[in-house]
Design a protein around this ligand. Structure first.
Ligand code: NOJ
Length: 767
């Protein structure tokens, strides 16, 4: 029996090798021929096997070989694995598939490479605040180089879920609240990971397949609670939430991940309208759809059937790969026998997975990503780290800087005080699976190293992260402990005040731990945690200049801080080089240029608060914060603390009025809107020039403004530059009541400025 099996697999190997030669010729025809031939040889069980994506368990020790998963691989019952780290381990496991399984079909190796691999970039929300598409693409490029050097061929990124609710912890993983910007970032990231070729075939071994997620609307969960129900009109979906996913598809993303939530009462994972009618038939998506982690079996909890039913539902909806549920391997055979799933549907899904492998070049060379010499050469290199440091500096947002507290002088004593001041493991930020948690300097260590011989840097913890120890434990999981201090709050504070007494300036390193945002980290209160607030108050009472250096994965409510603290620099979680990048900005070697991509509310009750809202029938009169029987609150005004697009610089910029090339726009014409921006301060700096448009009258109500363009420019002190935006009817289109994508004739306000509120306005008419 064994001998026969061996002979058969040798024969097949021979066939596959000649087919691999066909792959090298690289045309869609060759791919089809290759896959036709391969699928003819596959049993139904093996076809189902390709749709199976189990987790490998312990990613740091790599248990795949000796586990149950290994046996399944040998039986051809696995299509890919994820979150297994290390090229040696991946090579071993790939050998199992290629050399031990009957048909030798190589595996995909996926990973959550979300904002870098070992060289870590800022969390995506921070990255988006750079508004720098070249930098964002480069971050994805470097992530792809490093991940592929370690055996990874597939990343579960970009995450493009629009969210307007900072209670949701996963806002840290996305690009904020705006679909136009989110779409541009989605495209830059897909390009960075995949290069330009994945539509045909990847030739290089340092480009990897991207996966846009979480399709769809995952960022709109009720009350900001993770995994919660979503209910949304089609109109809002298409005008405000769908574009970033569509943009990624346009850019040729190889795969799409289904979201956990329901869409229109049907879980996304089993939603045929979403996965087939929209994604494939309307948008023309050609790749494959993978579920999220246990997305199929969770449909049992959603209440739409037992495992067999929901597995069939998912496949029939257009889902191709089952992450972890094992619903496909467990039940599809039965469903096919019972006529609940057609063989043709299984064939289609299997083909899509094989096509992805083909396009990645894995049939040509299954060990393409297993060059054991690459990690040393390509991972965590000086060159990559330098780029990460530069990009981190660009992501920080200067929220306040009164009396020119910043930049700091490179002299005297600077005290770093706060629970985030001396933690290595919290620097990279959430969702950094491959991070070297102990190898990145803490803020204190980084500043000390940079300022050696110039500035005396001292440190005190000052407080724990949160008064409640159990809450702190929940907020510092996955090896990101802040090593809770057993001293009393008073003892910690006294030590901090003593350290502060010897300093000229205090850098208060406060905010969230990295795991206070991210998956399953929703919060209902978004102020600085209790003990940190007490610490900050005490530090301010010393009368010394205090710079609040804010670590956070989401917008926080900082109304009190805005009123009382002289300088606030929001540093998000800046990645592996964060400490140095913070030093660059604090001491003025880098002029901050980040602009918020998510509104900061004044309090949690204002949420959801976003810049592109509707006007309502009872808007507040301009300049008022309360009027009876208007759309407002009794206790707080409608305005954000910091609006979308906001961010200060060490210099200042002035905008001229807008000059339109013509005040009217024909159906096929275009108009140019021009402003001159002048750097009116004493330092060179970068400014993000933002274009917003308001459609004044529509067949459906339209937002008060929508971002429709941006341009990041660099201006030397005193320098002026003109910035122009081309406006065509295309830019004025929206989905009407019947979901037709149209531009309606009428008047439009064209607004250009340095944030969504500080704008110059001109009137344009579309004929
Ligand atoms: C669950 C998360 O929702 C998703 O973003 C991630 O890619 C998968 N787990 C795999 O780790």
């Amino acid at each position: 029996m064994k001998a026969i099996f061996k002979k058969a697999s040798l024969l097949l190997l021979g066939t596959l090798m000649s087919l691999a030669a066909a792959q090298a010729q690289n045309s869609p025809l060759d791919m089809d021929r290759f896959i036709d031939a391969l699928m003819k040889r596959m049993t139904v069980e093996e076809k189902i096997g390709q749709l199976n994506l189990p987790v490998t368990g312990d990613i740091t020790t790599g248990q795949a070989k000796s586990s149950d998963v290994a046996q399944k691989i040998e039986k051809g019952l696995v299509g890919g694995l994820f979150n297994l780290k290390g090229v040696d381990r991946i090579l071993e496991v790939q050998k199992l598939a290629v050399e031990k399984s009957r048909l030798g079909i190589p595996l995909l190796f996926g990973m959550d490479v979300i904002h870098g691999y070992e060289t870590i970039f800022p969390i995506p929300l921070g990255l988006s605040c750079t508004w720098d598409m070249a930098a964002i693409e480069q971050s994805a490029r470097i992530a792809a180089i490093e991940a592929s050097a370690d055996g990874i061929s597939w990343t579960f990124s970009p995450m493009v879920d629009i969210s307007r609710d900072p209670r949701w912890g996963r806002v840290s993983e996305g690009s904020g609240e705006d679909p136009f910007l989110g779409g541009a970032i989605a495209q830059a990231m897909v390009l960075g990971y995949q290069g330009t070729d994945l539509k045909d075939q990847l030739h290089r071994n340092d480009e990897i397949m991207a996966c846009v997620k979480h399709f769809a609307l995952y960022g709109a969960g009720e009350a900001g609670r993770d995994y919660n129900t979503v209910d949304m009109s089609r109109n809002r979906m298409f005008n405000e939430y769908m574009y970033p996913y569509e943009a990624a598809v346009e850019a040729g993303v190889g795969s799409v991940m289904a979201s956990f939530n329901e869409v229109d009462g049907i879980p996304a994972t089993g939603n045929r309208w979403l996965m087939t009618d929209l994604l494939r038939d309307k948008w023309g998506f050609q790749g494959f759809v993978v579920t999220d982690f246990t997305g199929i079996s969770e449909m049992v909890e959603h209440g739409v059937g037992d495992l067999q039913t929901v597995s069939a539902l998912a496949l029939n909806a257009g889902v191709d790969m089952d992450m972890v549920s094992e619903g496909f391997v467990g039940t599809l055979m039965k469903s096919i026998k019972e006529g609940k799933v057609r063989m043709a549907t299984l064939n289609t899904a299997c083909r899509r997975i094989l096509e992805a492998k083909y396009k990645l070049g894995l049939f040509d060379n299954p060990y393409k990503y297993c060059d054991v010499n690459r990690p040393k050469r390509d991972i965590f290199t000086k060159e990559h780290r330098d780029v990460a440091r530069k990009i981190a500096g660009e992501s920080f947002v200067l929220l306040k800087n009164s009396a020119g507290v910043l930049p700091l002088k490179k002299q005297g004593t600077v005290a770093v005080i706060g629970p985030l001041g001396n933690t290595r493991s919290n620097m990279p930020g959430t969702w950094s699976v491959a991070a070297r948690l102990n190898d990145y300097p803490s803020l204190y260590e980084g500043l000390k190293e940079m300022m050696a011989g110039k500035v005396n840097i001292t440190y005190a913890k000052g407080s724990n992260l949160i008064g409640d120890a159990a809450y702190e434990e929940r907020a510092t999981m996955f090896g990101r402990s802040l090593n809770r201090d057993n001293r009393t709050d008073k003892e910690l504070l006294d030590e901090a005040l003593q350290t502060a007494a010897g300093a000229d300036v205090i850098v208060a390193a406060l905010g969230e731990s990295s795991e206070m945002s991210g998956e399953s980290s929703s919060r209902t209160e978004l102020g600085l945690p209790d003990v940190q607030h007490t610490l900050l108050e005490a530090l301010l009472k010393t009368g010394k200049p205090v710079v609040l250096t804010l670590f956070t994965g989401r917008p926080l409510t900082l109304t009190w801080e805005q009123e009382h603290v002289p300088a606030i620099l929001n540093v998000w979680f800046g990645g592996s080089e964060a400490a140095y990048a913070i030093g660059d900005v604090l001491f003025g070697d880098v002029n901050p240029s980040g602009k918020l991509t998510m509104t900061f509310p004044k309090n949690v009750g204002q949420i959801p608060l976003f810049y592109n809202h509707k006007n309502t029938g009872r808007p507040l009169a301009e300049g008022k914060w309360f009027e009876k029987f208007r759309s407002n609150y009794l206790d707080v005004d409608n305005e954000p603390l910091y609006p979308f697009g906001y961010g200060l610089s060490y210099t200042t910029f002035q905008y001229s009025d807008i000059a339109l090339s013509t005040p009217t726009l024909g159906k096929d014409g275009s108009v140019t809107a021009v402003v001159t921006v002048t750097n009116t301060g004493k330092r060179d700096g970068a400014e993000v020039v933002q274009l917003y448009i308001r459609d004044l009258v529509g067949s459906i109500t339209r937002p008060v403004r929508e971002l429709k363009g941006f341009n990041k420019i660099f201006l030397r002190a005193g320098e002026s530059k003109t910035v122009s935006f081309k406006i065509t009817p295309d830019l004025l289109r929206f989905y009407d009541y019947n979901l037709n994508y149209i531009a309606e004739p009428g008047d439009f306000d064209i607004m250009i400025g340095g944030d969504s509120q500080a704008v110059k306005t001109a009137r344009l008419t579309l004929k």
